[in-house]
Ligand binder design. Sequence first.
Ligand code: ADP
Ligand code: ADP
Ligand code: ZN
Length: 217
Amino acid sequence: MNIILMGPPGAGKGTQAVLIVEETGVPHVSTGDMFREAVANGTPMGMEAKKYMDAGQLVPDEVTIGIVAERLAQADCARGFLLDGFPRTQRQAEALDRILHDLGRKVDLVLNIEVPTEVLVQRMTGRITCPNCKSVYHLVFQPPQQQGVCDRCGHALQQRSDDTAVETVRKRLEVYEAETSPLVDYYGRQGVLVTIDGQQGRDQVFSAIKAALGRNA
Ligand code: ADP
Ligand code: ADP
Ligand code: ZN
């Protein structure tokens, strides 16, 4: 099954992705994680991407589309994938349709997680993540059992540099409204969109997602 997780920054995509992967076994393809890995490894692409990420802006489409095309062509994506954080622009959505068409595939389901803006700012500024297993926590809403340590794998937790400044967080929300939110209609017209209320607790959100997966399996 070829699934896209959509929703503004802070909606809970990464949190749900870990659960969906556990449930379905499809690989998690997160452009944000791919960029952060490239930054951590100090690759030329990472150095370029970091400038945009730290400013709360989108990495240019050419770069982003290229890494996704490469990733989706890998063998482990043949039985399906979970795209998280891509597509984020109309150009990316159209490129994805072409990439999948060339692979003889299509988008089966788009899960659009909706959360009001005020809640998103609180979620992002309190977010802490595990760089090793990609588990997501929140200082208040979802604290780990032991402070600063990942429940799942024991690795030290980190705060993302683009979550520390409220201006960067707000900029990302503006960029989402302008560039990404129109894709909700794009996928609505394709008849693959399911809207999920992301203001519920993590487990209730996941139940709604499981129902959507069952309907479309
Ligand atoms: P995204 O990948 O969409 O940017 P994340 O999954 O990283 O979002 O979640 C953003 C923050 O909100 C994290 O700190 C996470 O722990 C918290 N969070 C995620 N889902 C919920 C929820 N249903 N209720 C409360 N907090 C949540
Ligand atoms: P969040 O869900 O909190 O916005 P992500 O991890 O998805 O965070 O993305 C972090 C940053 O990586 C974005 O602000 C952007 O700079 C870059 N990025 C991720 N995905 C894309 C994409 N599809 N197109 C352009 N830039 C992207
Ligand atoms: Zn971990």
